[in-house]
Design a protein around this ligand. Sequence first.
Ligand code: NDP
Length: 462
Amino acid sequence: MSAYDYDLFVIGGGSGGVRAARVASSLGKRVAIAEEYRYGGTCVIRGCVPKKLFVYASQFAEHFEDAEGFGWTVGESKFDWSALIAAKDKEIDRLEGLYRKGLENAGADILSTRAELTGPHSVRLTDSGREVTAERIIVAVGGTPNPHEALPGHELCISSNEAFDLEALPQSILIAGGGYIAVEFANIFTGLGVDTTLIYRGAEILSRFDIDMRRGLHEAMEAKGIRILCHDVIEKVEKTAGGMLSARTKNSGTLSVGQIMLALGRDPATHGLGLEAAGVEVDARGAIKVDEYSRTNVPSIFALGDVTDRVQLTPVAIHEAMCFIETEYKNNPTKPDHHLIATAVFSQPEIGTVGLSEDDAAKRFEEIEVYRAQFRPMKATLSGRQEKTIMKLIVNAADRKVVGAHILGHDAGEMAQLLGITLKAGCTKDDFDRTMAVHPTASEELVTMYAPSYRIRNGERV
Ligand code: NDP
């Protein structure tokens, strides 16, 4: 009989923590999991899932307009924010229930409390003060929106957390940031009829993506009426008469808006977690340092998901949890594989991407071939909507391997998932070429771009 209360104690009931707890428990381990807020974590409660529901909601106005080109007459339409929130809440409750049920069925002890480390094998449950011991501990507490405390008036701004539960839709919103969250919410709000401005410090939104995706999306967003202010930041926020907010910007004067949302990255939620007491090391950003097996410098304590700030994505946290299980409970040491992660930005249109951008590939390889197609999606021919799809394949000329695939267009996220398999399998451009097209689809373009649009040799376009 173990000297500990549990074999495994998991702090944090998000995607990674729940997966580790559920699977360990189903393997017969004595497991407890503690969550201070709601089971499901950021992804389910106030992230990916409700965001995607909001994306769907925000697309209907365009669908109604597009319908006319196909012979439909759509009557007067109106949108009810509170009805959307109620429907979203119901779905989130259902999903949270499923997460709890999965843990329950596996036999884990589900604790609704904050838990803090007190030593290499112990945690304190803050609701009761009870101390619990475990042979292994996983910290999977995720992250929180960067509050940007250096900004005067930052406390008047909302983050994505609040955006999911606003009492009413504002008439206008200013969103700071040029990453996933800023871009996705700018599209959501504008689709729901909110006058939307995005302010970003850099030259072009989505700094880590391929340049064609960035420019193409920028244009598409402006065409929808979103104002995008690049090379600019908010310097001060103040409340003004009538419940409005005024934002003084560096280069674009003072803007008066109903809400200001900060989407400036997410910080690891390690504050006050007892890491010092347990001797767990963190990096300069407060992220828990881990080795290739998600083990911290304290051998009995592991960390996974956003709190480690490796790659802040739900499937990555789940994968890291499964690797922990293989390594620690199945005698099969398995390192998480963070190479070639396909990802999507649920903007409108979407971006789906896997592998290297053109710029990164050009730096890494002596010569690359760039295959690029830009076209009007078929649906737009009758709807009359001015939009374009862009597809790009980046190929290493030396071995013909496709090292990057990027799509801006409808369902780009769905396509990215499948492209992810091809890149992971090491497919060459010739494999793409000998694949029969599915017609008529947008994605057939991926297998019919026979000649490179251009090459880049030693950093020079030829
Ligand atoms: P991102 O890291 O994507 O973007 C942060 C943005 O804020 C960047 O544009 C960055 O600029 C800017 N920024 C950071 N600090 C400052 C500052 N002090 N002043 C001005 N601008 C600043 O973070 P998000 O908050 O959008 O999202 C957090 C994470 O959540 C993402 O990294 C992603 O992994 C995940 N996520 C994934 C989604 C998906 O898979 N679809 C959806 C939503 C979130 P710069 O580029 O110049 O550094």
